[in-house]
Design a protein around this ligand. Structure first.
Ligand SMILES: NC(=O)c1ccc[n+]([C@@H]2O[C@H](COP(=O)([O-])OP(=O)(O)OC[C@H]3O[C@@H](n4cnc5c(N)ncnc54)[C@H](OP(=O)(O)O)[C@@H]3O)[C@@H](O)[C@H]2O)c1
Length: 251
């Protein structure tokens, strides 16, 4: 179905800061009728809710809790656009990490959290004329980068899940979009000393993708460059990024 943001009802996870918060703010500017802003700490959404004249509805949600996901889905039956944004990055290498705890924690949030949200909201999107599902992966989901190898694996899992879900949900008319950001200026990327795109620009590129019928969104210069180089010379790109190694673990 064609989806316009104006008048739409959206649900955004991890919306108290970073890209998620920018998405909520930009959705309101774009004329969304209602935005369910989900966060572990809804106190952080107080001002946003108050300023929105009833358009932003705070939802308490830790995406690692299946019980909270079920409650969130019950509270948002009119959702037309689900944006799975919540995520963590522990900057651990696959080999250099002390143990597998960091990798498991990242999988719990980035993969299983997103998967359970998608499963819980698929019937809701179906009832609302199919709707749109947006999953936030990363350029790290297209290419493993040693400095955050455990995180990249979770985002590759999101990339793969999104492709499968696109097929599974096509019969109910749900459009499925995957977003592959490069470095974005949020807390998550604070330690990266490179040029970063603004979270507001990422939000606007996602909206263009939703309204134009895109299946993949590359919202910044680095991600566009990644996409082009992956097509032209995937092994060359892997080699170029293979020297970005994890920080030594303190003992
Ligand atoms: N920044 C980048 O360079 C970049 C690049 C590519 C992809 N991404 C992806 O973009 C998305 C947003 O990242 P960001 O840059 O905005 O990061 P961020 O500033 O660190 O914000 C992460 C958000 O996810 C929430 N979150 C973490 N664990 C959660 C959980 N268990 N349940 C619910 N919410 C949880 C956080 O809530 P709390 O405040 O409660 O922790 C916060 O709202 C992530 O999926 C990330 O992987 C980011």
């Amino acid at each position: 179905m064609d989806m316009q943001l104006k008048g739409s009802v959206c649900f955004v996870t991890g919306s108290n800061r970073g890209i998620g918060r920018a998405i909520v703010e930009e959705l309101i500017k774009s004329g969304a009728a209602k935005v369910y802003a989900a966060a572990r700490n809804t106190e952080a959404l107080k001002e946003l809710v108050a300023a929105s004249k009833g358009k932003v509805v705070a939802v308490r949600l830790d995406v690692t809790s299946e019980e909270q996901i079920r409650a969130a889905a019950r509270s948002a039956p009119d959702t037309q656009i689900l944006i799975n944004n919540a995520g963590i990055a522990n900057y651990t290498g696959v080999i250099s990490a002390a143990d597998s705890k960091s990798a498991r924690a990242e999988m719990e949030v980035n993969y299983f959290g997103l998967m359970n949200m998608t499963r819980a909201f698929a019937p809701i999107l179906a009832k609302n004329e199919g709707g749109v599902l947006v999953n936030i992966s990363s350029v790290g989901g297209l290419l493993g980068i040693p400095a955050f190898g455990t995180y990249c694996a979770t985002k590759a899992a999101v990339h793969s899940l999104t492709q499968s879900v696109r097929g599974e949900l096509s019969a109910q008319g749900t459009r499925v979009i995957c977003v592959y950001p490069g470095p974005i200026d949020t807390d998550m990327a604070a330690r990266l000393d490179i040029e970063k795109e603004t979270p507001q620009q990422v939000a606007r590129e996602i909206f263009l993708g939703i309204e134009s019928g895109a299946e993949e969104v590359y919202p910044d210069k680095v991600s566009l460059d990644f996409a082009a180089k992956l097509k032209a010379d995937a092994k060359g790109l892997e080699k170029a990024w293979s020297t970005m190694l994890p920080q030594p673990v303190e003992v």
